[in-house]
Design a protein around this ligand. Structure first.
Ligand code: EPS
Length: 356
């Protein structure tokens, strides 16, 4: 059984939806823990007024009974409260009545840095909104809900995952300055996973490598332009003698420059990954663009936006890392029932005498 996630949802549509398959039965989920992560994602310095409209909470429609998974697909829904302002503009079926609310006029001014132009070209849309709605980072909400489920699974085998913005204070000062100048900023987040035993992931094939999977998972998040594992780019300028983590007689490392991963396999040290987020592309002081309706030069679309979403990214990246670790934990330890997974993990740790 492989853990899989399918998600759907537009930013101003009725809801965001996720279906998680491959979860073992008997996993206890904590509703408050899932909703706390959803709230953490909404908080953070520099967020847009949209976050005062949304109060994200996960509704479970299938796969759970009395707080425990059934070993059947888990269906999660996060409703978009803002949809009430877009019921005509984002109606799934042809809307009835006169246009009203938001999203009634086609967007024709693509923003540099957003999905707008490539989206309309690729999918032959005549309204940029048809591209931007799904490309929006709004849909990370349901990935965070799924990540909270993954964290509950990982907790059963002593793994915890936490993300945070790098240099929060400096980031906040940059956000204040950018807001005054009607601009946006990006930043760097770091995720650490503790309790990961040696042996998750594999060097056998590219797609099994833990570092490759984490990089893909993090690059798959909106606005991420760079990923680093451990000391990452800084390792490139060191000598081999300075770059590697020596092994002591207890088979632990005396340093962790590799970020807990060697040859695509966890080595028992803390997993450390960082992701770099570009500045958000919706600017109150718009960049040069083209009006797709007239072909004339124009300024890009200006609409409500975050000045930064770096602290939100920390929570989303944490969920992404937790998700990948949970996938690999289930691949390695299996189990239709959570007790089977825990027992297999225990037997493995005994065999390799871990933790030391
Ligand atoms: C986003 C634009 C903004 C952000 C949104 C991501 O939304 P809106 O256009 O409704 O103001 O607030 O993020 C969220 C709604 C969220 O919950 O994270 C974008 O274009 O990516």
């Amino acid at each position: 059984m492989t853990l899989r996630l399918a998600a759907a949802g537009e930013s101003h549509g009725p809801a965001l939806v996720a279906i998680v398959t491959g979860l073992p039965a008997g996993l206890e989920l904590d509703r408050a823990a899932i909703d706390t992560d959803l709230r953490r994602r909404q908080e953070g310095y520099g967020r847009s007024p949209r976050q005062q409209i949304e109060q994200d909470a996960a509704e479970v429609l299938a796969g759970l009974r009395h707080g425990r998974t059934l070993g059947t697909p888990l269906a999660l829904v996060v409703w978009n409260r803002d949809h009430r302002n877009w019921t005509w503009g984002m109606a799934p079926w042809p809307p009835e009545g006169e246009p009203s609310g938001k999203g009634t006029k086609p967007v024709t001014l693509p923003r540099p840095g957003h999905a707008d132009l490539a989206g309309v070209q690729k999918f032959d849309h005549d309204d940029v909104r048809n591209a931007l709605e799904r490309a929006s980072a709004r849909h990370t909400a349901v990935h965070v809900a799924a990540g909270a489920v993954a964290k509950a699974l990982l907790a059963q085998i002593g793994i915890s995952v936490r993300g945070a913005a790098v240099d929060e204070e400096g980031l906040r000062a940059r956000i204040d300055e950018a807001r005054k100048e009607r601009d946006t900023v990006g930043g760097v987040v770091e995720v650490r996973a503790t309790g990961v035993p040696p042996g998750l992931g594999s060097y056998a094939t590219k797609e099994d490598r833990l570092d490759a999977r984490l990089a893909a998972a993090l690059m798959g998040i909106q606005a991420v332009k760079g990923v680093e594992i451990g000391d990452g780019f800084a390792l490139a300028v060191l000598r081999g003698s300075e770059a590697h983590d020596e092994i002591d007689t207890s088979r632990r490392r005396t340093s962790n420059r590799a970020g807990g991963i060697e040859a695509g396999v966890s080595n028992g040290e803390e997993i450390v990954v960082r992701a770099a987020m570009k500045p958000l592309p919706t600017l109150m002081k718009p960049l040069r663009s083209v009006d797709l309706a007239t072909g004339e030069e124009a300024k890009a679309l200006v609409e409500r936006s975050d000045v930064a979403a770096v602290e939100a990214l920390a929570v989303v990246a944490e969920a992404a890392v937790a998700w990948e670790l949970a996938v690999l934990a289930i691949d390695k330890f299996g189990g239709d029932a959570v007790g089977d997974l825990v027992a297999a993990h225990r037997a493995y740790c005994e065999r390799i005498q871990w933790p030391r």
